[in-house]
Design a protein around this ligand. Structure first.
Ligand SMILES: [Fe+2]
Ligand SMILES: [Fe+2]
Length: 335
């Protein structure tokens, strides 16, 4: 494959429009001290043979088996979310056993995403103010946040960037689902899907983070298509790995499907409404660039099929985009 000097990659006009919304005061991808930053970088796409790439794919898949099971509290909260008859006392019981989780939860409740006038200091108070159903989703977010809090430079994400991206995708997907008049259970479901949609990056990053420059070049060569770039380098992508993690952790079939399909622009008829919403919100949150390095060459074109499936107008998208941008920056810094 033809080698592309990085300085040419960064200046290519085809990519300049992609990150127009990333023009905020943040460190550039190449300014971070953890990332090799040379005057004359020589990125190369891995020239791996078919056999060695297949071995790499197998190695990445094998790492899923090394993942520990999900903490009991996460499983229990996921059960409670699906159970309409569960009560606030059930969730309080779990929170009492875990002060760290309670602290993370209160931090989320007090973030400006919820715009509360007074700080919430206790769980009963939080239930009273945000309501039991919202609190269940937030407990799930707080209990999974440690999974996402590392740095994922190979994906253009700064420290805690994946957490910010995942939480904002979940919270906005849920909020937007409610605005669209979806049933309560469906809105809860897209919160969980938004939170976990990029879970495959946890495993993929063990390879991708070590090959930031190759990833950058692969992305450029793939016109900013993330899953295509991952496949070029490793033979597999984070949606496929995410689906396998979902299976290992016994997530519902629907959740597994949404995770697998969140970059698939052809959208199958199974759960197409939920897949479309996650694709749309994922796209908007990515475009804002929160938690990301500037100039990371992702293609953020809006998937048109999603708009048709959701039956929403470009004006509605613009409005949503405005809201995410205006609230997102403050919220992201508080998460
Ligand atoms: Fe993704
Ligand atoms: Fe994402």
């Amino acid at each position: 494959m033809k080698k592309v000097p990085l300085k040419h990659v960064a200046l290519d006009p085809r990519l300049q429009s992609i990150n127009t919304m990333n023009q905020q005061k943040k460190k550039s991808f190449w300014e971070d001290t953890r990332i090799p930053n040379t005057e004359h970088p020589k990125p190369t796409i891995a020239q791996s043979s078919f056999v060695s790439k297949r071995r790499l794919t197998e190695d990445i898949i094998a790492r899923i088996n090394e993942l520990p099971s999900l903490p009991t509290v996460v499983l229990k909260i996921m059960e409670l979310i699906q159970d309409d008859t569960s009560s606030a006392s059930a969730i309080e019981k779990y929170l009492r056993q875990d002060p760290g989780l309670t602290a993370r939860l209160l931090r989320l409740v007090n973030s400006s995403f919820f715009g509360l006038r007074h700080k919430v200091a206790s769980i009963p108070q939080a239930i009273m103010i945000v309501g039991y159903s919202s609190l269940k989703s937030l407990v799930l977010a707080a209990s999974t946040s440690p999974l996402f809090k590392g740095a994922f430079p190979g994906y253009g994400l700064k420290t805690a960037g994946l957490w910010q991206h995942s939480f904002l995708t979940a919270a906005w997907a849920q909020k937007f689902a409610k605005e669209l008049g979806w049933a309560y259970e469906d809105a809860e479901e897209v919160f969980v899907a938004g939170l976990l949609h990029d879970i495959g990056k946890m495993i993929m990053s063990t390879y991708i983070n070590e090959h930031c420059q190759e990833m950058y070049t692969a992305l450029f060569m793939a016109n900013g298509q993330l899953t295509a770039a991952e496949k070029t380098l490793t033979g597999i992508d984070h949606t496929e790995i995410g689906g396998r993690i979902a299976k290992k952790w016994n997530f519902s079939e629907k959740l597994e499907f949404i995770i697998k399909a969140h970059h698939d622009l052809s959208v199958s008829s199974i759960s197409e409404k939920e897949v479309s919403l996650i694709q749309l919100v994922n796209n908007i949150v990515t475009k804002t660039g929160f938690g990301m390095y500037e100039n990371f060459p992702l293609n953020n074109n809006l998937p048109e099929l999603c708009l048709k499936t959701l039956e929403i107008s470009p004006d509605t998208i613009e409005e949503l985009q405005r809201k995410v941008i205006s609230q997102g920056e403050i919220t992201a810094s508080e998460l």
